[in-house]
Write a protein that binds this ligand. Structure first.
Ligand SMILES: Cc1cc2nc3c(=O)[nH]c(=O)nc-3n(C[C@H](O)[C@H](O)[C@H](O)COP(=O)(O)OP(=O)(O)OC[C@H]3O[C@@H](n4cnc5c(N)ncnc54)[C@H](O)[C@@H]3O)c2cc1C
Length: 445
């Protein structure tokens, strides 16, 4: 897909007196011409993210396009880049791998996209203290694999395993490991090195509670250049694939599997139709609902009993870090991604939560035409993606009340505003970003 037009800035756009040409000169002097990009291909690439998953957002495309992209290669270059952008009053949108789902990484007001993917250093692994410190652009997959050599594992990583540490912290919320540790703003982050949008910007080290407002708030209050996150001793994981005649049985089994001890790292399930859209695997047989779980070796027997009692069949039990990562890539938004890939321009989804997803499954799925739920075990609760045939945005939103009546909590993914700790983050950003230059346009949509 190509976007060659720069959309008109929405109301409230930052400084009309921005000097992009001056910034391009500054950045070229700072980073060299190869790391400052203004060609159409680079600008187009920096205009996309995972918002293709939402037909409501797709209808609004193009929602933004940068005027320049730069790619610092050292952490120390970031404050210098930010100082230049602030002095030129040019908006700055931080970018990791660009897999953020819903337009959060698209520069709504143009300006500079700060590509942080070259910052890949893993500074310090400390299994005794239970932390790793790494630069923002390191991929979660790389981090998890590197930790295995230290007999350690991340507390959590997302299904987009190629995404970056900075992007997961700033844009993500949960993933493999969430059953035990909750979401990424719930204790995962020990410390952050961030850069504020000040004319004299430097790297600022923040620990504990001071670091938390930068998690899941899309970089609007600061740019993360380095993070210290929690790790734990490596467990002997097994990947259990099971199939069921009926997805009601598969979903009831998820509710039980997520309570086995030691706790699983992940447990997901889909009905036969969504399962048939996943990448081909003999452990996901055609025409059957599929359950996939990453469980401690000591819990495999318990899981086999649960599957058998629910009328299912264990199709495979696999081991190794690569197998775990493969199961992770079939979780969270990925089944929706595969469903949409198999049947384009047909589906939309809502993020849903609550035991009613299992206990009132037929009613939940009946809310939208063709309704089919992807179920995920969370931290003490069930949640998932309710996929339905897309008709109109109004019909999509009308389903929310019906779901709430069934006891389901709904989060609409069809927007890109900050919706976590919003007031506090806004107050913080007033000081850390006085000119409103960091990923602007996130307070409303
Ligand atoms: C199919 C699919 C499956 C997904 N599954 C999951 C999942 O399991 N769990 C989950 O939590 N999310 C998931 N996501 C959302 C997203 O992929 C993850 O949150 C991912 O970790 C984001 O990382 P990224 O490097 O791609 O970040 P980007 O998409 O580049 O950025 C995400 C947000 O963070 C900001 N940002 C990026 N880097 C920085 C930085 N260094 N400092 C400050 N701000 C920054 C960006 O401006 C943007 O607002 C999924 C998305 C898709 C499309």
């Amino acid at each position: 897909m190509t976007r060659t037009t720069t959309p008109a800035p929405p109301p409230g756009a930052p400084a009309a007196d921005r000097d992009v040409a001056g910034l391009v000169d500054d950045l070229t002097a700072l980073l060299g011409p190869d790391l400052v990009l203004t060609d159409d291909r680079s600008l187009d690439k920096a205009s996309v993210d995972g918002s293709y998953l939402s037909p409501i957002l797709r209808a609004q495309w193009p929602i933004g396009r940068p005027e320049v992209v730069c790619r610092p290669t050292t952490v120390e270059q970031v404050p210098a880049v930010v100082r230049a952008a602030v002095r030129r009053r040019v908006p700055v949108t931080s970018r990791g791998k660009g897999t953020g789902n819903y337009g959060q990484v698209v520069p709504l007001h143009g300006g500079l996209v700060l590509d942080l993917t070259a910052l890949r250093g893993i500074d310090h692994v400390d299994p005794e203290a239970g932390v790793v410190t790494a630069e923002a652009g390191v991929r979660m997959l790389t981090l998890e694999k590197r930790l295995a050599a230290h007999d350690s594992q991340l507390w959590m990583y997302p299904s987009t395993v190629q995404s970056t540490l900075g992007g997961f912290l700033a844009g993500g919320s949960a993933g493999t490991g969430t059953i035990v540790h909750g979401r990424n703003h719930e204790g995962f982050v020990e410390a952050l090195d961030v850069v504020f949008a000040h004319e004299d910007a430097e790297i600022v080290h923040l620990e504990g509670a001071d670091a938390q407002p930068f998690v899941h708030t899309y970089g609007v209050a600061g740019i993360i250049v380095r993070a210290t996150v929690r790790i734990e001793p490596l467990q002997d994981w097994r990947c259990v694939y099971a199939s069921f005649e009926d997805h009601h049985d598969a979903f009831a089994a998820v509710q039980k599997v997520h309570r086995v001890s030691p706790a699983p790292r992940l447990c997901s399930a889909d009905g036969a139709h969504v399962a048939s859209c996943l990448p081909a695997d003999e452990a996901i047989p055609a025409g059957r609902a599929s359950l996939r779980a990453i469980v401690d070796a000591a819990a495999v027997g318990q899981v086999e009993q649960i599957v058998a009692a629910a009328g299912g069949v264990v199709e495979a039990v696999r081991r190794g870090v690569n197998e775990s990562i493969k199961v992770s890539t079939l979780s969270y938004n990925h089944p929706t991604h595969w469903l949409q890939k198999a049947e384009p321009d047909t589906w939309f989804h809502m993020e849903v939560q609550g035991d009613a997803l299992v206990e009132r499954l037929d009613e939940v799925e009946a809310v939208y035409p063709g309704g089919t739920l992807h179920l995920e075990a969370g931290h003490g609760r069930m949640f998932g993606m309710l996929n339905g045939h897309f008709t109109t945005a109004e019909a999509a939103y009308a389903g929310v009340a019906a779901l709430e009546d069934l006891g389901v909590r709904v989060h609409s993914p069809h927007q890109y505003r900050v919706d976590h700790g919003t007031e506090g983050v806004r107050a913080l950003a007033a000081g850390t970003d006085p000119y409103g230059l960091l990923n602007p346009g996130r307070w409303e949509s």
